[in-house]
Write a protein that binds this ligand. Structure first.
Ligand SMILES: [Zn+2]
Ligand SMILES: [Zn+2]
Length: 320
């Protein structure tokens, strides 16, 4: 099959004859139709997680083969953490934290930038008819955005800052805005922030915030930058909360004294609820369409990953 891979030397290549994955009985064989390039893919290409193999974890596709015949032919998305089902974390219901997990296109599981992928049938969610492929491909990152509201209460009395105007930052800002909180989306790119201001959200350039230190109850770091947490500490009030969404191949250093002295709660946040993400896409409260800047065929995947580093681009999709 055709695939975009990180090869043994760490280079990203188009492989026209990559071996197709073979499902066992609990897995389904899926033909991805549309996939999204994520910043995590760019970090993986720089060595994050030491991953080798087929890239891609954001996709929608059609089930070709599955033990449960109801799934065959259905349009699906897949949760990306593949759990073992019998470790201590799985026993506690923490499947996304399974000690033996593989992660689609990130850790030990062949990804979605290919003609075929396999995923556990129990990870699949059927995409409602009213949600287009171009929307469905955002289910995984939108679920990650919604995870924040699973972890902490965000309410209309709070001042909340979302740092970062990348793809995830824009989704988080739209998702948190639905709570009615006093939200400021902070970024560096006029073209990206205008997607939010066009929807009535308050935006600011990070250079403008120098005088507004320590006012936010909650600060979300979705900058994707090793210095994001230090900046978040400048913005959060004493006894406030910082939510970290940034993972980078080279984590920075940090003075943790400020966290202790100001009694800041720091919360890591990763993957989230797919069912709620699909509902949000269905409800139309989250607009992903203005975020799509390019759609390229799978064969041009290497070029797509290069383009994704260009600040004038936002979501780049691969048509398979
Ligand atoms: Zn992603
Ligand atoms: Zn497990």
């Amino acid at each position: 099959m055709r695939a975009i891979v990180i090869n043994d030397t760490g280079a990203i290549k188009f492989d026209p004859s990559h071996p197709a994955p073979v499902p066992n009985s609990s897995y389904a064989l899926i033909r991805p139709t549309l996939a999204g390039v994520c910043n995590t893919d760019l970090e993986l290409a720089k060595g994050y997680m030491g991953y080798k193999g087929v890239l891609g974890h954001e996709f929608t596709g059609i089930v070709e083969q599955a033990e449960d015949s109801e799934l065959i032919g259905k349009r699906v998305v897949s949760e990306i953490n593949f759990a073992c089902g019998h470790c201590t974390m799985c026993d506690r219901g923490l499947h996304r934290h399974c000690q033996n997990r593989t992660v689609l296109g990130i850790l030990g599981a062949s990804g979605a930038f290919a003609d075929y992928l396999i995923a556990p049938s129990q990870n699949l969610h059927i995409v409602p008819d009213s949600v287009s492929d171009r929307q469905a491909v955002f289910t995984e990152p939108l679920a990650a955005a919604l995870e924040i509201m699973e972890q902490i209460d965000i309410n209309p009395d709070q001042q909340v800052a979302v740092m970062g105007d990348g793809k995830l930052g824009l989704l988080i800002a739209q998702a948190l805005a639905t709570t009615g909180c006093d939200l400021t989306a902070i970024g560096r790119h006029e073209n990206r922030l205008s997607i939010l201001s066009g929807r009535g959200l308050k935006t600011a350039f990070d250079s403008e915030l120098k005088g507004e230190n320590s006012i936010f109850d909650v600060v979300i770091d979705a900058t994707g930058s090793p210095t994001g947490l230090a900046t978040a500490l400048d913005l959060v009030r004493p006894c406030g909360t910082i939510v970290l969404k940034t993972t980078v191949s080279n984590p920075g250093e940090l003075d943790i004294n400020r966290i202790v002295i100001d009694e800041i709660q720091v919360l890591g946040s990763r993957c989230g609820p797919f069912d709620k993400a699909l509902l949000a896409l269905e409800g139309g409260g989250i607009d992903v369409e203005p975020m799509i800047t390019d759609v390229l065929p799978l064969e041009r995947g290497v070029e797509a990953l290069k383009l994704a580093e260009d600040n004038t681009r936002l979501k780049i999709l691969l048509e398979i």
